[in-house]
Write a protein that binds this ligand. Structure first.
Ligand SMILES: Cc1cc2nc3c(=O)[nH]c(=O)nc-3n(C[C@H](O)[C@H](O)[C@H](O)COP(=O)(O)OP(=O)(O)OC[C@H]3O[C@@H](n4cnc5c(N)ncnc54)[C@H](O)[C@@H]3O)c2cc1C
Length: 419
């Protein structure tokens, strides 16, 4: 049976991007339908690491990340490489908290979705969006078709559709938006081990992943989860010549076999299978608005090329698009509404475009094993240089800041063309 159901906005996918978008739209008084093909809690392959940039987004949704509420805080990043072990505290940056967090994605994603629901969002779990509904006259998307776990099919109509359906984004593909090959991609794998390092109050990053003695562009991570386990994984960039051919599980095992046995990162302590997925970076799917549909998070390739962080950017782009959609909803004509929605790609480029262009250069450079070697050797020998690098890589600087590093990074992102 085909039923009908209308809303101001339809959001496809209740990952961090979709739930944040839906929350901010509902907060602005809009009626929102949020469809999620799975049901919560559900697993999502991730490192579970949240930098202060992501914490800001969590706070912006009114969530209190207290220890009593099950959150584990961290005060910075520990970097290991070239014989050095540096502990770098998160920088103090105006507008951002000075701590990071970890939380399993099964918990985290459910919390965000429930927070959106409490704000009035109509969440439908176990409901897959099967395709767009296009208006034949205007060529614009006016809704979506769905199928729930009982096999019931429905049609839903809205003025705007948000594709927050992750890296493979069937919604974007349905409108012909393929992934851009000139943008970086990463692959990351992770698993969990029972480990005495579970209460670590730093996120830990290992820079020297090697294939036949050649340094790879990427890093390994060890994030204590506070529940008796550590999330351990690694990510590699496609600027490496061996990107396609490498056995990621084997690389993970070879790296962990070199870590002290008492840390527990051995097969007998593994609590989940090694699983991996792609990291779409540097706006690898564009345009971010087309024919009544906007892209948020991984669907629009929003992962930071410098560090592989995606949660903060999925949530942030959700907050940005909610502001754009609110303005579009107040428009007095369809023409005016289209104009407002067409602003979204420009707003995104102004905010992240220059920074992502720098990120693409960085990815290309470290794809060369010699450059990676030199950068690790000389970078790790200097704590001030690494402090600067952390600000750059974690996108934690202030455009109005008075420090020299803030001014340098701001200038670089302004010179780099946003594309
Ligand atoms: C191994 C690994 C480690 C990572 N580690 C980190 C990390 O430590 N920190 C970090 O910030 N980022 C990390 N990332 C990146 C991060 O996981 C993603 O960037 C982030 O999940 C993107 O959020 P999203 O909401 O855009 O998409 P997703 O989280 O992928 O959410 C998309 C949602 O849409 C749903 N969906 C898809 N299609 C449909 C459909 N047709 N109908 C209904 N629902 C649909 C899916 O079920 C899913 O719930 C990691 C990625 C990998 C692979």
């Amino acid at each position: 049976m085909i039923t009908q159901n209308d809303a101001d906005v339809i959001v496809v996918g209740a990952g961090p991007g979709g739930s944040a978008t839906a929350f901010h739209l509902a907060n602005r008084g809009l009626d929102v339908l949020l469809f999620e093909k799975t049901s919560f809690p559900r697993e999502k392959v991730c490192g579970d690491g949240l930098t202060p940039r992501a914490v800001k987004q969590i706070l912006d949704m009114g969530i209190e990340p207290t220890i009593e509420n099950g959150w584990l805080r961290n005060k910075g990043l520990r970097v290991i490489g070239a014989g050095h072990r540096l502990e770098l505290e998160w920088p103090e940056v105006e507008g951002f908290p000075n701590y990071g967090l970890v939380r399993t994605r099964s918990d985290f994603d459910e919390l965000l979705a429930r927070t959106a629901q409490k704000r009035g969002v109509r969440l439908h779990e176990k409901t897959r969006v099967t395709g767009p509904i296009m208006d034949e006259q205007t060529g614009r998307m006016i809704g979506v078709t769905t199928k729930n776990s009982e096999g019931e099919e429905s049609k839903h109509f809205a003025k705007v559709v948000v594709a927050a359906d992750g890296v493979s984004s069937r919604m974007a593909l349905a409108l012909g938006l393929e992934r851009r090959d000139d943008r970086p991609m990463g692959v990351a794998v992770r698993t969990y081990y029972k480990s005495p390092r579970t209460h670590d109050n730093y996120l830990e990053s290992w820079l020297e992943l090697k294939d036949q003695n050649k340094l790879l562009p990427g890093y390994g991570w060890i994030f204590g989860m506070g529940d008796g386990t550590s999330n351990v994984g690694l990510g590699i960039l496609d600027s490496s010549p061996v990107f396609q051919s490498i056995d990621y599980k084997d690389l993970l095992k070879r790296w962990l076999d070199q870590t002290p046995v008492e840390w527990g990162f051995r097969d007998e302590n593994m609590t989940q299978q090694v699983r991996g997925a792609a990291l779409p970076m540097g706006f690898n799917r564009q345009p971010h608005y087309v024919k009544g549909m906007v892209l948020v998070g991984d669907s629009g390739g929003m992962v930071n090329p410098f560090n592989g962080e995606g949660i903060a950017y999925a949530m942030e782009t959700g907050q940005v698009v909610a502001e754009v959609i609110e303005k579009a909803m107040k428009a007095k004509s369809t023409f005016e509404m289209e104009n407002e929605l067409n602003q979204y790609p420009t707003v995104l480029k102004d905010r992240l475009g220059g920074y992502y262009t720098l990120g693409r250069v960085f990815v290309k450079l470290i794809g060369n094993p010699q450059i990676m070697q030199i950068a690790t050797k000389y970078g790790m020998a200097s704590k001030p240089l690494m402090r600067f690098t952390l600000k750059l890589l974690a996108n934690l600087y202030s455009t109005t800041g008075k420090t020299k590093t803030d001014r340098i990074i701001t200038a670089l992102t302004k010179i780099a063309p946003a594309a």
